[in-house]
Design a protein around this ligand. Sequence first.
Ligand code: C2E
Ligand code: CA
Ligand code: CA
Length: 713
Amino acid sequence: MTSATDVERERPAPARPAVFWGHVVTVPVLAVLLVAWQTATAGPWWPADGQAFPTGAAVALAVGVVLVVGGELWPVLGSRTVDPSGVAWSTTFAFAVLLFAGLLPAVALLAGASVLSGVLARKAAYRWVFNAGQYSLSLLAAWGVLVVFDRDARPSELWSPADLSDLGVVALAAAAYFVVNELLVTFAVSALSGTSLLDDLRSVLYFELVANGAQLGLAPLVAVVMEHAPALTALGVLPVLAIHRQAVAERESRHAATHDDLTQLANRKHFLTLAESAMDLAARSDQSLALLVVDLDRFKEVNDVLGHQAGDRTIVEVGRRLRHAVRDGDVVARLGGDEFAVLVPAITSLDDALGVAQRVVAELERPFEVEGRLVDLGGSVGVALLPQHAGDFEALFSRADAAMFAAKRDGGGIRVYGPELDSGATGRVGLLGSLRRAIEAGDLVVEYQPKIDMRTGATDGVEALVRWRTTDGVLVPPDDFVPLAEQSGLMPRLTASVLEQALAQCAAWQQAGLRVPVAVNVSLRDVLDARFAVGVAERLVRYGVLGPMLTLEITERVLAEDMLRVQATLEEVSGLGVRVSLDDFGTGWSSLVLLRRLPVAEVKLDRSFVAQVARSRSDAAIVRAVIDLAHELDLVVVAEGVEDAATWSALAAMGCDTAQGWHIARSLPAPAATAWVRERARDRHGARQVGDRTERPQPVPGQTGDGAGLAGR
Ligand code: C2E
Ligand code: CA
Ligand code: CA
């Protein structure tokens, strides 16, 4: 296993393409050359010796310096939730200085300020060098327009617009500034991300036009004030600030519509848009693209046990880690709940995608600190590639989702889509829909797995286990759809369907003269439902079954939930005479003392302990202790998952009451179960020794159910 730090070291530095570097170098070099050439060729710049520089102009320029530098150091768009694309309030004042005092002061100011802010913000050197060059070239473009129309100012020859024709020229100059600035920046961005220049321009144009248009539009006013009332220049800050707030608010609201509140990652809708343009790009460049669907493991427990706030904080941290796990240019989104997606554009092999998936899993496997505790989560990642696995995004998504679901079923980790995942009802969306239909159509059937009394060998009852065979004949294991029903709110209907069938069968056995108590599994959803007990009472009456003939099995883990609610429901059902059994006992670490407070009649030792009882001394010790304690509390102990004779004997020696498992019988469809119960009763009538397992029937393959059923001879 690679540790998180190994993975970090392996993390490739994002490769910046040659076009990008060419651009980043050319811009400042060109700027230096052009500014030098302008300065050299364009007549005298400074007031001749002896000619005093007007005090007013000096004041105005000083204020301009303060505002430009201040604006660069504190860009109004520095708000962390938006992308600070370099729009700063300094634009207005730098452009005003250009109009008022000419190219050289303006370039010196803006380039100087951007270098200063870049250095202070510890940006990489190439970035502030590029920014300085980009600003200079934009100012040069505007300056070119002013020169053509003979409105070029210089410190020796100050200028401010006076009439409409002046304004027209200023507008043209501003347009030149804007166009050059946008092109230079956007070209750099698209060269870096490999996206199309036009698409990138389109996506920012509106916002940039509003922000820059207003800023540049104010500049002529500021220039006029510089000339006529220099001390008031600073007041220009106020409208600029207002414009900025407006632009920021707009950008933030657009951000909010496209991003998830909690994590600030792209939301589902935005992810789709981004994915579609990435797909276009991949198609044009003959490259592949990978989609990773990521689902947290065990997140529900954090939410349920530590509360929603803790859950939210965990999600924020997950978002942070995912961003950290991917490279520049990969897109991370939160699809909702504890589900995320990563888009890896432009990959050359599956390995590229797997690398990202491995980093994602490694990040999620590091423990999370929630409310001062360390919590282990982990993640399941499904990977699908375009065009290898799907031709459009919808298909790609459902395949990655199916792969994720398969990974989850295998206990987490990474799974790449393969055609075997297509069979039948895979993928949650498809599965959920067909499950709902199956419940409604009565396609869920129940099989019965016998339990026997270890002392007398008599049938102690059966456990009803739900089975779902889809219309195309695929048998979906309950571990695949029971949790799904639980998450989606289908659970009450599933339980109702199983309960009805089990009680009907119990009544049928009664009528046939067989006394076979039934056990039905109920889930957390059921016991949290205040009307659950009423539903049970009503069905007992309807089928004419007495309370003690029904056992409800709830998993021990339910006790970690809303204890009061659970207790109330359990008390109601046991008031009906119904027995309550704690399933999967030993896995949830609830204290046995707690059991005294609950109306529990039996505990079912979890398979995981039972399986090892004949082989592992520590498991045997646990099982023995649980049996003894349970007996102290007058509880019946059932061992589930008894798979062989050795396990049977070990349990019998420890005084376990009841056994269930493949050694005795697999789950059987109702008719086979009936035959089994009859057969068993007949066998016991013969003079067989109680508990003598040597003559136990051997497996007979060919039954439906778990696979091979065991039928008595
Ligand atoms: P569970 O309640 O622990 O059910 C026992 C599971 O162990 C069953 O799996 C059963 O077929 C299997 N089993 C029985 N004997 C052996 C054995 O000797 N060895 C091994 N390895 N396994 C054995 P199944 O039917 O796949 O059910 C899995 C789980 O699905 C159940 O675990 C239960 O939690 C859930 N489930 C099944 N039916 C229902 C239902 O109607 N309602 C609810 N809420 N949950 C159900
Ligand atoms: Ca059970
Ligand atoms: Ca169990």
